[in-house]
Design a protein around this ligand. Structure first.
Ligand code: 13P
Length: 130
């Protein structure tokens, strides 16, 4: 499965720790991330991540485009409920996940549920759409 990973600045450490904890599951999948998030994941783990541009340079839109082209099966976006003003508007990602019925986690608790569910094979229905 293709997993999209993105984190607001205040959640990037949490994303690194999430990826360390679940690298055994993540490394059986293809990982796609906005630039800074992807680089930090690679620095903290031995995971290989396809990195888009940094979010503020268009990486968010690149991830959106992959969702629209049905290349992403699951999105984990560790979101700051009060994002900083310099952080790009990411509502498009939420909208597209809803439009295309893509499982989306926006906090750690849901991210853990989704990643365990993925590992159990609960997302095989996505293969029908690919
Ligand atoms: O823009 C983002 C979230 O607002 C994420 O992009 P980066 O991973 O490049 O920081």
């Amino acid at each position: 499965m293709n997993i999209g990973l993105i984190a607001h600045d205040s959640k990037k450490k949490l994303m690194q720790n999430f990826c360390i904890a679940y690298r055994g599951i993540l490394n059986k999948n293809q990982l796609f991330a906005t630039g800074t998030t992807g680089r930090l994941i690679e620095e903290a783990t031995n995971l290989s991540v396809h990195k888009f541009l940094a979010g503020h340079l268009g990486g968010d839109q690149q991830l959106c485009s992959e969702i629209e082209h049905n290349h992403i099966d699951l999105v984990i976006f560790l979101r700051d409920p009060s994002p900083k003003s310099h952080e790009p508007d990411v509502n498009n990602i939420f909208t597209l996940c809803d439009m295309y019925n893509i499982p989306l986690a926006t906090n750690l608790a849901t991210a853990e549920l989704l990643i365990k569910s993925l590992d159990r094979g609960d997302m095989e229905w996505r293969e029908i759409y690919q």
